[in-house]
Design a protein around this ligand. Structure first.
Ligand SMILES: C[S@@+](CC[C@H](N)C(=O)[O-])C[C@H]1O[C@@H](n2cnc3c(N)ncnc32)[C@H](O)[C@@H]1O
Length: 238
C-alpha cells in the first residue's frame, strides 16, 4: 500500500496531457464558478460562505496533498491510504441538480460524509435543508467552518467511518477516490440510516441489494463529468 501511495506522489503526466488537463480544468472552473454565482444571486445569504470556501481553496490548494504530520495521523486513525484523500469539489449547480432529483428540500437533513470544504452542502442549504458535513482533514475544515456555520451549515472534523446516520434523510458520498475496503466500511455506516434514507454516490453506485438504485444522472464536477447514483435504503430488500 505504501508503495502505491508513494507512486501517487511522484506521478507526473506527460507535458501535453498535463497542458490539456489544465486547460480543461480551467474551462470547468470558469463555467461552474459563473453558474454558481448566478444561482447565489437568489440566495445572497449563502454568498459569504461560498466565497470563503473559494478563497480558502485559492490561498491553500486542497489539490496538492503532502504527507504532513496531520495527514499521517488522520490516515493512521482511519486506516486509509493517502490516495483516498484526493480532493475535488461539487459545484453548487451540480449539487442543486443532484439534490433536487433526490427530493431534498425544507425538512430534509443532508449529511455529506466526505465533505471536503463543504461546497456540496451549500447546495443542500440553498434548497432549504439542514446540512451537516464530516471531513477527515482538519485543515479543510478550519478555514471555512465559521462562515459555513453562519450560513446554517455544520462542518466538523471527524471520520466518516465512525458516523451514526440515524438522523439523515439524505447522505451524499463523493467517494470517487475510495478503494473497495473503505467502501465496504462506508456501506456498514450507511446501514445505520433509517429505512427510506436516500443515498447519493458519485462515480460508482452502492453495490448492495438493500440499496436499490432509483436513478442516475451525469453531472459536472471540478475534475470532469461523473455519474451520480440515487439509492434508497430498504433493509427488507436484502
Ligand atoms: C472528493 S473530496 C470532497 C468533496 C466534497 N464532498 C464536495 O462534494 O465538494 C473527498 C473528501 O473526503 C475526505 N475523506 C476521505 N476519507 C474520509 C473519512 N474517512 N472521513 C471523512 N472524510 C474523509 C477527503 O479528505 C476529501 O476531502
Amino acid at each position: 500500500m505504501k508503495g502505491q501511495d508513494d507512486a501517487l506522489e511522484e506521478y507526473e503526466l506527460p507535458f501535453l496531457e498535463s497542458v490539456a488537463l489544465q486547460v480543461s480544468v480551467l474551462g470547468i472552473t470558469l463555467v461552474t464558478r459563473l453558474a454558481d454565482l448566478a444561482v447565489l444571486l437568489v440566495r445572497p445569504r449563502l454568498l459569504r460562505a461560498y466565497v470563503s470556501v473559494w478563497v480558502a481553496a485559492l490561498l491553500r490548494s486542497p489539490y496538492r496533498l503532502r504527507r504532513s504530520f496531520e495527514v499521517v495521523r488522520a490516515l493512521k486513525a482511519s486506516g486509509q491510504p493517502l490516495r483516498e484523500l484526493i480532493y475535488g469539489e461539487t459545484p453548487l449547480v451540480t449539487g442543486l441538480r443532484a439534490f433536487r432529483a433526490a427530493g431534498v428540500g425544507p425538512g430534509s437533513r443532508v449529511v455529506d460524509l466526505l465533505a471536503g470544504r463543504g461546497r456540496a452542502l451549500l447546495a443542500a442549504r440553498w434548497l432549504g435543508a439542514e446540512a451537516r458535513g464530516v471531513e477527515l482533514l482538519e485543515r479543510h475544515v478550519v478555514s471555512v467552518a465559521e462562515p459555513l456555520r453562519r450560513a446554517g451549515i455544520s462542518l466538523v472534523q471527524g471520520d466518516a467511518l465512525l458516523e451514526e446516520l440515524g438522523d439523515a434523510t439524505h447522505v451524499f458520498l463523493a467517494w470517487t477516490a475510495l478503494g473497495p475496503e473503505t467502501k465496504a466500511r462506508v456501506l456498514e455506516r450507511l446501514r445505520t440510516c433509517r429505512p427510506g434514507t436516500r443515498i447519493l454516490t458519485v462515480t460508482r453506485p452502492v453495490e448492495a441489494e438493500d440499496f436499490p438504485v432509483l436513478g442516475r444522472q451525469r453531472l459536472l464536477f471540478t475534475w470532469g463529468f461523473e455519474g451520480v447514483w440515487l439509492h434508497e435504503y430498504r433493509p427488507e430488500a436484502a
